[in-house]
Design a protein around this ligand. Structure first.
Ligand SMILES: NC(=O)c1ccc[n+]([C@@H]2O[C@H](COP(=O)([O-])OP(=O)(O)OC[C@H]3O[C@@H](n4cnc5c(N)ncnc54)[C@H](OP(=O)(O)O)[C@@H]3O)[C@@H](O)[C@H]2O)c1
Length: 258
């Protein structure tokens, strides 16, 4: 798949239109499953409704859609751009839980940072914001495409994105998330009626995985923890499950998970 196809039919000019389409989406905060085994998405009897501060680096198709979903579920979001003025109308449309800043501001603001930039920009972000991102939970949506991102993308595909991104983002609590669904589906399938669509996750840090599971649920999807970062390659670009809309049981079966 070409990287342009990820986006389906959503253009940059619709950045401000997500909120309306999300209006009917059910809200509901799910639990942070901070148990000894975050591999199990065990429901917490006392769901945590504390808002999470989320910094978004790369407020494009994916980052913009997730910003809308997370604001709707009660989280505090900082949308960032290298040209923050361009995001002001989107932030305004999202209300008081959304604000705008630079990527640096997003890294400082977020207890969780969504990194959703062209994969080729990942090393630069990791380098420039190393201090601000250190120790933070980072959800990485990036997919490497050699035609867009150059040679580094070929190597990232060989290694698998979990391993490659960890090298580009040293010191963060990394989770691969939201890379295997296209932005159109993110908008249209969130909080769908019936069984939710699954979002595969991979990470080495149990607490980071637990927080990622909560944020997947709050966005209106079902998290499926595939395993450590070394297993993120099982849902990288080109795998049988990549951008297939699957329920959690279907995804688990396809990946041979229990
Ligand atoms: N689109 C999809 O359906 C989809 C699906 C799954 C995964 N992905 C992956 O997720 C990532 C984001 O995809 P997208 O479609 O949302 O991309 P996008 O619409 O092009 O948005 C990416 C954003 O990244 C920002 N950016 C670019 N270079 C940057 C840099 N050096 N430092 C900081 N910010 C930078 C840009 O913001 P400013 O120019 O405003 O700073 C831009 O708005 C990509 O790696 C993509 O392959 C996309």
């Amino acid at each position: 798949m070409d990287w342009r196809e990820e986006r389906t039919m959503i253009s940059k000019t619709t950045r401000n239109g997500w909120l309306g389409r999300m209006a009917g989406a059910a809200l509901g905060l799910a639990a942070i499953a901070c148990t000894s085994s975050s591999q199990a998405a065990a429901p917490n009897p006392e769901p945590d409704s504390t808002p999470v501060k989320i910094g978004i680096i790369g407020t494009g198709h994916i980052g913009g859609a997730l910003a809308s979903l997370w604001v709707k579920s009660g989280h505090d979001v900082l949308l960032s751009s290298r040209h923050p003025d361009e995001l002001k109308s989107l932030a305004q449309s999202l209300g008081s839980k959304a604000r705008v800043g630079t990527p640096h501001d997003a890294a400082v603001f977020g207890d969780v940072v969504l990194l959703s930039v062209p994969y080729g920009a990942t090393p630069q972000v990791g380098h420039d914001l190393a201090h601000e991102l250190a120790g933070k939970i980072v959800l990485d949506t990036g997919n490497p495409y050699p035609a867009r991102d150059g040679q580094m993308a070929e190597e990232a595909r060989r290694k698998g994105t979990g391993v490659a991104s960890a090298e580009f983002l040293p010191g963060v609590r990394l989770v691969r998330a939201f890379n295997a669904i296209n932005s159109g589906s993110l908008a249209s399938e969130a909080h769908r009626a019936g069984e939710p669509m699954a979002i595969p996750l991979a990470g080495d840090d149990k607490e980071a995985l637990a927080v990622a599971q909560r944020l997947v649920k709050d966005a209106g999807f079902e998290p499926v923890v595939v395993g450590p970062l070394s297993r993120a390659k099982e849902f990288d670009v080109g795998t049988p499950v990549y951008v297939k809309l699957l329920t959690a049981p279907q995804l688990r079966k396809a990946l041979g998970l229990k």
